[in-house]
Design a protein around this ligand. Sequence first.
Ligand SMILES: Nc1ncnc2c1ncn2[C@@H]1O[C@H](COP(=O)(O)OP(=O)(O)OP(=O)(O)O)[C@@H](O)[C@H]1O
Ligand SMILES: [Mg+2]
Length: 464
Amino acid sequence: MPADVSLDAATASAAAAPSTGSSFLNFLGDNQLFQAGFGLLGVGAAMGIARTGAIWGTTMLRRRMLVSLEIDNRDRAYEWFLAWMAHRANNAASSASTARAAPWVRSHELSVETMIERRPNGSSSVFFQLVAGPGTHWFKYKGAWMQVKRERETRSMMGGQQAGMAVPWETVTLTTLSRDRKLFPELLAEARDLGMQGQEGKLVIHTAWGTEWRPFGKPRRKRPVQSVVLEPGMSEKIETDIKAFLARRQWYADRGIPYRRGYLFHGPPGSGKTSFIQALAGSLSYDICLLNLSERGLADDKLNHLLSNAPERSFVLIEDVDAAFNKRVQTTADGYQSSVTFSGFLNAIDGVASGEERIIFMTTNHVEHLDPALIRPGRVDFSVLIDDASPLQARILFERFYGGGANETDVSPEELETLAQNLEDIVAEKMKGGQRVSMAALQGHFIRNQPKDAVARSRDLFRE
Ligand SMILES: Nc1ncnc2c1ncn2[C@@H]1O[C@H](COP(=O)(O)OP(=O)(O)OP(=O)(O)O)[C@@H](O)[C@H]1O
Ligand SMILES: [Mg+2]
């Protein structure tokens, strides 16, 4: 635009130049080339001044009349704001024909956020949320127009000094008239409420995203602790331990002891280790930070950073700890070598540079493969075997499943009791012969069968 303008102006002034008085100037004026050059020079200077003036003017105007708010992607408000905008856009779309004055968003650049939700039974669902993509968008909020600029900085990566995957730096900048500045806090509060609404009474799982923790998928419904049937007394024992720990923060601080605790749940697959940790986190209103030690790009320094910077009120969960270090070098299917070293991991858990506060849960199917250095107190303070179904556990699970009128079965409560007793006896008898069944297998079996069949066919489930 300025280029076009200056060209036109140059030809105009070149034509006007010969009217200048002195002979020297006339001479110069006769020189077409010089004329044009001189004209251009003058116009250029004038344009320069004008442009500086214009920029200065608009800057002043902006300063006086506009107000901007920048939110970067390290701030929680960033996600909230994008979700809030998407929510308004959706609402506006569904009511577009009826409510003319509905708040709306004018966006032509969208980006998609894919969320994957995994349910405890292994199934998963994927859904998409369309949010404002990088670019400029406009919307009207409480009568005020706002401009939203979402920008992505690709050169300077966040945590660029650390090796491996980095998260691009992103910002959204909201601009509106100065007189409407009071709307920003209102808008952010609305976005926060919407963002938190979905999480209330729910379990939030975070996963590592570069060097940051980010919520993964939708917040899940909490699972009641009693729904995970452990050995009698075990669940209470674990709960008491962790509650006592949580209540002793000051005690630790007074003695200068790092406020950390590590739990190890070991035992055969499908015995309820993961389910119990989830239920426990839910009941204490803690989030879960899921850490995968064999993740691509995870190195010692990043691991240390992640462990020291877990969100408030969260448990760090490391599943299958044996798997990450049972071979000298962990190699994924495509030949990529994970670069978390065992010593790096130990140091991240309780070295000098590790965070002051943290609760770690680890699970494994093979406690015998674990290095003694990992399970020494200070790294693992509470280790517990969560085993295959005991006769009593099988019975309780059966009663939970079919009792309480929850199932439309034609079996009377008395009959159910007899069946439950039969199942308990079968499990006890099989155990004597060295055969066990996992709680997960029982659960699956109960889902597929009516109570009578479930007990009658239960013998096939056992394994050595
Ligand atoms: N003790 C239990 N009480 C109730 N349900 C259970 C129990 N153990 C397992 N289940 C059910 O079995 C399924 C698998 O359980 P979970 O994932 O907790 O097992 P896990 O011990 O973590 O197994 P793995 O070692 O393979 O990770 C879940 O759907 C859960 O509901
Ligand atoms: Mg598990």
